[in-house]
Design a protein around this ligand. Structure first.
Ligand code: PMP
Length: 407
């Protein structure tokens, strides 16, 4: 494979170097959550040992220092996704928190009875249920972009879903089940030609390829810290400034206010208007450390290495005749959802776990997509830049053992 410094990179992730059930761990569940680089673990450790204090509210030395680090973290995220201003970066609890924020605030301020929201068949429940709840509150409805047999969005059908009642499009950048990389620039262009805003769910994209929100021209972009080698409980919402200015706050509490009286409250400026209460400031700083780590390697290099891994795994997995793959788009991330014939995905997952190969099984929080393919679940192996071709081989060997065992 390419000159990617894989040995050094694996050393940066101490958790990878361990034995489970007597076998070296092959962690192939990166779509669920990613492992953490040492420098992020140490940064968070240092904060807890030496620097912790609440942000924004105190005048003491530690608090001021922490506030500076938190706002620097915001700038790091801004630069990482190419946002014009750091005030357009809102820290949330994760992709789910970000989508709930937008769905609530858009729902309250823009949705009326009879309005329509466009989603796709391949959305994660996090990008379905918040919109469904908003629709139920307002008497609006969902319109769904179909998915082809290859696991791609049916773009012609998408274009035909628009009506004068369409208020929003919310779709995933990369499918957590199929790996499909959606043509999001085109999706945004078409929506804008109808005067409709677009939220892109980047939970499975931003860790695999360079993302520039200005280039995408999306109105909102969301992702989770824990899927991009950062801590859990932290996430990001990016929004266009004029839209964020117009949207009402999602939650009320400390920090999001300007003046409070019992008669009326006025709200703080961006981004604080959307950050009620004590935020996960240590998580934000940890996330920034992980993003800086990724930038030091280069997202373009990471993308290239993962593409090589994807091509290798595609070749090896397609050599197993009893394996049915879901998601065969040419433009896909190194995510593989499959079923071994006559073997329940759960059994497959359980058996290969005993061989040290960690995958996920089930519906992957995408029940409508399972219904589309007429299945109850899959095995999902999701790779990232610390995985190796050796681990692809170990996965394939383990799957062949399952087939031998289960007939
Ligand atoms: N969207 C997609 C595409 C995802 O894969 C996930 C996590 N599996 C989410 C949203 C939700 O992310 P979180 O649970 O971190 O909020």
């Amino acid at each position: 494979m390419s000159d990617f410094p894989i040995e050094q990179i694996r050393k940066d992730f101490p958790i990878l170097d361990q034995i489970v059930y007597g076998k070296p761990l092959a962690y192939l569940d990166n779509g669920a959550t990613t492992q953490k680089p040492l420098r992020m673990i140490e940064a968070i450790n240092k904060i807890h040992r030496e620097q912790n204090a609440s942000i924004h509210r105190s005048v003491n030395f530690l608090s001021e220092n922490m506030t500076t680090l938190y706002e620097e973290a915001r700038t790091t995220v801004q630069k990482f996704i190419g946002a014009p201003k750091s005030s357009q970066i809102i820290f949330t609890s994760g992709a789910t928190g970000s989508i709930n924020l937008v769905a609530f605030s858009v729902g309250e301020s823009m949705l009326k009875a009879g309005d329509e929201i466009i989603l796709s068949t391949m959305e994660h429940h996090s990008n379905i249920v918040p919109w469904q709840m908003a629709c139920e509150r307002k008497g609006a409805s969902l319109k769904i972009i179909p998915v082809t047999d290859e696991g791609e969005l049916d773009m012609e059908a998408y274009g035909n879903l628009f009506s004068d009642r369409t208020r929003m499009v919310s779709v995933t950048h990369v499918s957590n089940v199929l790996g499909t990389i959606n043509p999001v620039k085109e999706i945004v262009r078409i929506a804008h030609s109808h005067g409709v805003q677009v939220l892109l769910d980047g939970a499975q994209a931003v860790q695999h390829e360079p993302v520039n929100v200005v280039d995408l021209d999306c109105d909102f972009y969301v992702f989770s810290g824990h899927k991009i080698y950062g801590p859990t409980g932290i996430g990001v919402l990016y929004g266009k400034e004029e839209l964020l200015e117009k949207l009402p706050p999602y939650q009320g509490g400390g920090d999001m206010i300007d003046q409070v009286t019992f008669e009326k409250t006025t709200y703080n400026q961006l981004p604080f208007k959307f950050e009620a209460g004590t935020t996960n400031f240590i998580g934000a700083i940890g996330l920034a450390e992980s993003l800086n780590y990724l930038s030091s390697i280069g997202l373009d290099k990471i993308q290239r290495y993962e593409q090589e891994l994807r091509d290798y795994a595609t070749l090896k997995l397609s050599a197993i005749p009893q394996l049915k793959m879901y998601g065969t788009s040419a433009d896909k991330a190194a995510v593989f959802s499959f079923i071994l014939s006559n073997v329940h995905p759960y059994d497959t997952g359980l058996i290969i776990d005993k061989m040290g190969v960690a995958v996920r099984t089930g519906t992957h929080c995408a029940m409508p997509l399972m219904q589309r393919f007429g299945i109850h679940g899959t095995v999902r192996a999701s790779f990232c830049f610390y995985n190796t071709t050796d681990e692809v081989d170990r996965l394939c060997d383990a799957l062949n053992t399952v087939l031998d065992l289960m007939g």
